[in-house]
Design a protein around this ligand. Structure first.
Ligand code: GLN
Length: 260
């Protein structure tokens, strides 16, 4: 479906951000000659919108927390509800701690936590080499010194009792979920997990019991129908004080727990 108001707003953003048009060129001087390069870029924009490509990929830019992240189809587009994780960390931790953002993708969680808390030592693990390239662009663009990228499957490469805090927004959608059709431009590896979407959440919880220090905290984003299952897996793995948070739409999307 083509929502003409939405496309119009996105087109205006595209003209401003990508082609650097100013307001008078868009709204007043609209018969201004358009260069051949810009004509080509406008045609490409319309073609991509017809195919349903998200605007953030077209602009190669996504706003998350207070920052602008480079994004392309190698990584998931950061979502506003994920900012709740960063908010929680900012409001509950202050002394210098060691933090892991497991499956960092664009780096949005780890980099935002690192920038907001310069005394923290933040690591971002990522198994996709192409996603790691994007995270590294963001680390450089945003000049983050206390954020280190590691090519690894979740928490597999870290020594026992390394971290005070593990954060993750892993893939949690089941293979056959119809919502995937709306997400077809984003990397499947960042969205889909085995075991009805719980496979990676399970792995992260199990591996966290090794790499977290005693009393360390795990904070996970998950699907709005996975609250109970995630809580049970945490219990089975000796986590205590399990709490769930709702997202901006009042859906139970974030669970945190402390290691016994
Ligand atoms: N941590 C990244 C984000 O929240 C990547 C998430 C993912 O690829 N599942 O955007």
């Amino acid at each position: 479906m083509f929502d003409s108001d939405a496309i119009k707003n996105e087109f205006i953003l595209f003209l401003k951000e990508k082609l650097h048009f100013n307001d008078s060129e868009i709204y007043i001087d609209s018969d201004k000659a358009i260069s051949n390069t810009n004509k080509y870029l406008i045609k490409e924009f319309l073609k991509q919108k017809k195919e349903g490509v998200p605007l953030d990929y077209i602009l190669n830019s996504s706003k998350f927390y207070e920052y602008e992240f480079f994004v392309d189809s190698r990584v998931l587009i950061p979502r506003p509800e994920t900012e709740i994780l960063v908010d929680y960390v900012n409001n509950h931790f202050s002394s210098p701690i060691k933090v892991l953002d497991a499956g960092t993708g664009s780096g949005c969680i780890g980099i935002s936590v690192a920038l907001q808390n310069p005394s923290f030592q933040v690591y971002g693990s990522e198994s996709s080499e192409v996603a790691l390239n994007v995270a590294s662009i963001n680390k450089n663009n945003l000049n983050v010194e206390n954020f280190l990228l590691i090519c690894a499957d979740w928490l597999s490469c870290f020594k026992t009792k390394t971290f005070d805090l593990v954060l993750s927004n892993p893939p949690y959608i089941a293979d056959q979920d119809p919502h995937l059709e709306d997400l077809k431009h984003e990397p499947k590896k960042a969205l889909v997990a085995k075991d009805s979407g719980l496979g990676d959440l399970k792995l992260i919880i199990e591996q966290s019991t090794k790499v977290l220090k005693k009393g360390g905290m795990l904070i996970l984003e998950h699907g709005c129908e996975q609250e109970n299952e995630v809580g049970n897996i945490l219990k089975e793995n000796n986590f205590l004080d399990i709490k769930n948070f709702k997202d901006f739409q009042n859906l139970p999307r974030i669970t945190l727990a402390t290691l016994e």
